[in-house]
Design a protein around this ligand. Structure first.
Ligand code: SAM
Length: 220
């Protein structure tokens, strides 16, 4: 777990964000709420957007990419039913915000980003705020990250045309994968459970993410 001393839950704006946007929309998992209260979201957005950091919206982070709306981060995190001993793979590091939230809840997070500049700044920021249990990797996350597989949970934070088969292969039996699946403009957030007998897919709700670009995703 990250160093408790560096992160704090004293920010009023963050507490209001959790109350008005996340609890108000039905997120109840106390561990997820505490994790979000403890992560300084304002550090994960460019200085020009810092005053909007706790608003109910996605924000630009450079390279044409975004950090997801707070509710989506909370909802995807809650749906994963994380346990403290889990190892999680995230595809789409972006700012590193979702990885920081996950890191508060599990043993280790591997996160993969295709844009090296984002991966580097996310890694530096996570170290700066004292999150020590995230490994940032640069690569095509549609191929997963085989070196550290299998994973207890996998979260994809970009929209895919279909579920990349390497991610299912790298998920442990009994594991959960959450991924937005659909066309370029709108997707359905989908929860995939891997059983011995195969996978079970459960559509959750409509969402809109930037494109997952790669061998098993959209072409550039
Ligand atoms: N989770 C991020 C955060 O907390 O800031 C937000 C992710 S942003 C919505 C989607 C990210 O997925 C972008 O940074 C984009 O570059 C990345 N991405 C798109 N295709 C990818 C791929 N094949 N492998 C890894 N990252 C990818």
């Amino acid at each position: 777990m990250a160093d408790e001393g560096v992160l704090d839950d004293s920010c009023d704006a963050r507490n209001e964000m959790v109350r008005d946007q996340i609890v108000a929309r039905g997120i109840r998992d106390a561990r997820v709420l505490a994790a979000i209260r403890s992560i300084p979201r304002e550090r994960f957005v460019p200085a020009s957007h810092r005053h909007l950091a706790h608003d109910d919206r996605a924000l630009p982070i450079g390279g044409g990419q975004t950090v997801s709306q707070p509710f989506i981060v909370a909802s995807m995190t809650e749906r994963l039913r994380l346990e403290p001993d889990h190892t999680v793979l995230e595809i789409g590091t972006g700012s590193g915000y979702q990885a920081a939230v996950l890191a508060r809840l599990v043993r280790h997070v591997h996160t993969v980003e295709r844009l090296a500049s984002l991966a580097e700044s996310a890694g530096a920021l996570l170290a700066d705020i004292g999150v020590t249990n995230v490994s940032c990797h640069v690569g095509d996350g549609t191929c997963g990250w085989p070196d550290d597989a299998p994973y207890d949970r996998i979260i994809v934070t970009a929209g895919a045309p279909s579920i990349p088969s390497p991610l299912v292969d790298q998920l442990d039996v009994g594991g959960l994968l959450i991924i937005p699946v659909g066309d370029a403009k709108s997707q359905t957030l989908t929860l995939v459970e891997k059983r011995r007998s195969g996978t079970v897919e459960r559509p959750l709700y409509a969402c809109r993410f930037v494109k997952l670009i790669g061998v098993y995703g959209w072409s550039e």
